[in-house]
Design a protein around this ligand. Structure first.
Ligand SMILES: C[S@@+](CC[C@H](N)C(=O)[O-])C[C@H]1O[C@@H](n2cnc3c(N)ncnc32)[C@H](O)[C@@H]1O
Length: 212
């Protein structure tokens, strides 16, 4: 039987969770178990229900990341496609993909191409409370993922870059308007904003201030 989280109900719930949590991150604890259940229940079907070219805006932004990161994090990695794209683009980098849903992590591990094993790893975890020291990554990327601004800023190294991509722009169920992203990032000292419009998708890239 197909999951009740597929289809319109699932998309509406994802948008509600995104809107509420971006406004009030402390309410995440209420949404967290439901979001985890939602994505656990659709992990096996995720790659068949995504729109074609869904990572195009993500890849366009990744293409201009400079300098190449030594370590990069893909938050809300799902089945790992974003992490694999990072690994292909940055052949010297260590890549970590984190997802709240254990079934998504299992799918990502299963789908890891043999040549990327050892350099790309996946962990089950929560983007609102990551198990990494401050400044661990030079790139933190999100594809269709609810952002947790304080935590992403903490794990990003000074001078590092953050990326947000939404496969179908404002139609994406998990979507945060660009102006809202810019405002949250500016308050945390981010600069060098770059926007991307690729097909129906959008992306934003920004740099964390480079201070000790
Ligand atoms: C819409 S899917 C996107 C998956 C993938 N990035 C893609 O674009 O194909 C959102 C993913 O984020 C995960 N997720 C949601 N909230 C999360 C959190 N707080 N921490 C880590 N992962 C989270 C979900 O389990 C789900 O796999």
């Amino acid at each position: 039987m197909s999951s009740p989280f597929l289809g319109d109900l699932g998309r509406r719930f994802a948008r509600l969770a995104t809107d509420v949590v971006v406004r009030s991150p402390r309410l995440w604890r209420i949404f967290r178990p439901i979001v985890r259940k939602q994505f656990d229940s659709i992990a096996g079907e995720w790659d068949t229900i995504r729109t074609p070219g869904h990572l195009a805006p993500y890849e366009a932004a990744v293409a201009v990341v400079d300098p190449a990161p030594r370590a990069a994090l893909d938050l809300g990695t799902g089945t790992g496609q974003g992490a694999f794209a990072l690994a292909r683009r940055f052949p010297e980098a260590e890549i970590v993909g984190v997802d709240l849903a254990g079934s998504m992590v299992a799918e990502a591990e299963r789908k890891t191409p043999p040549d990327l094993r050892g350099r790309v790893r996946f962990e089950q975890g929560d983007a609102s409370a990551l198990p990494f020291p401050d400044g661990s990554f030079q790139l933190v990327a999100h594809a269709n993922m609810i952002p947790f601004f304080d935590e992403l800023a903490r794990v990003l190294a000074p001078g590092g870059q953050v990326l947000f991509a939404f496969s179908t722009g404002a139609q994406t169920p998990i979507y945060v308007p660009t102006e809202r992203l810019r405002e949250e990032l500016r308050r945390r000292g981010f600069t060098e904003f770059a926007e991307f419009d690729i097909g129906t998708g959008t992306a934003l890239l920004a740099r964390k201030a480079d201070r000790i």
